[in-house]
Design a protein around this ligand. Structure first.
Ligand code: ZN
Length: 241
């Protein structure tokens, strides 16, 4: 944990967000579920900015084909569990924070992320996201969703009890191929994960965020960004009445 003089490392961001916000980041707990392109970038940004406690969940190992868009990993990490490789790298970025790696699927480890302040989505399939959404809604934990395919990205924040949940606007019927099977433009991953990081910071500091109850859709080939309001579905099987 960092106190007093240790806060000086955040000098440039303190000038923007202020000391009180920085202390909220220090005292907050974030779970990142899925440590691929989205999750590893979010983890890197949150660790560097001083979020005090990160739980990283991933069952997979680093592959050479990950490294083009997952800068937490390098060639020496190939075949290592992502959660472990990521936690080792994050401790080099910021040794003052706590990082808990969980090598496994979140469905089998939900009890270990029950007491976090924010859940960040780094998953790669709709079915897994819908499970995570249902868990977050049930435990009333803010949930930052993102997905990327090709040049396109989506980001939304779900505040249980206040906004639409993922199930309100996303059905499971689309099939369940991994998005990365269709190819991913790395800058689109960086864009989506940067917005996820900023949403997370905003929730921790303000209790809400610019994309709460909204869906951002962007095209990284043209830089067109579009934000739409999401309505709660009163008959949603997850969050409905
Ligand atoms: Zn819903």
């Amino acid at each position: 944990m960092y106190y007093g003089p240790d806060l000086l490392r955040f000098d440039r961001q303190l000038l923007v967000i202020g000391r009180e916000a920085q202390l909220k980041l220090r005292d907050s707990r974030v779970a990142i579920v899925g440590m691929g392109g989205l999750g590893s970038n979010v983890a890197m940004q949150l660790a560097a900015m001083g979020v005090g406690h990160l739980t990283l969940v991933d069952f997979d190992e680093v592959e050479l084909t990950n490294i083009n868009r997952q800068p937490l990993y390098d060639e020496s990490d190939v075949k290592k569990p992502k959660a472990i490789a990521a936690s080792q790298k994050l401790m080099k970025i910021n040794s003052k924070i706590e990082v808990v790696p969980i090598v496994g699927r979140f469905e089998q480890n939900t009890y270990r992320i029950e007491n976090v302040d924010v859940i960040v989505d780094g998953l790669d399939s709709i079915s897994a996201r819908l499970l995570l959404n249902a868990f977050a809604v049930k435990l009333k934990i803010p949930y930052v969703f993102a997905s990327v395919e090709g040049y396109y990205g989506n980001v939304s924040t779900i505040l249980p009890g206040k906004t639409a949940c993922l199930r309100c606007f996303m059905k499971s019927g689309r099939g369940d191929e991994k998005a990365c099977a269709h190819g991913i433009y790395p800058p689109a991953v960086f864009m989506a994960s940067t917005i996820e990081s900023s949403e997370t910071i905003s929730i921790i500091v303000n209790g809400t965020s610019p994309l709460a109850g909204k869906l951002l859709v962007f095209d990284a080939s043209s830089y067109v960004f579009d934000v739409t309001n999401l309505k709660r579905n009163p008959s949603c099987p997850v969050c409905g009445d």
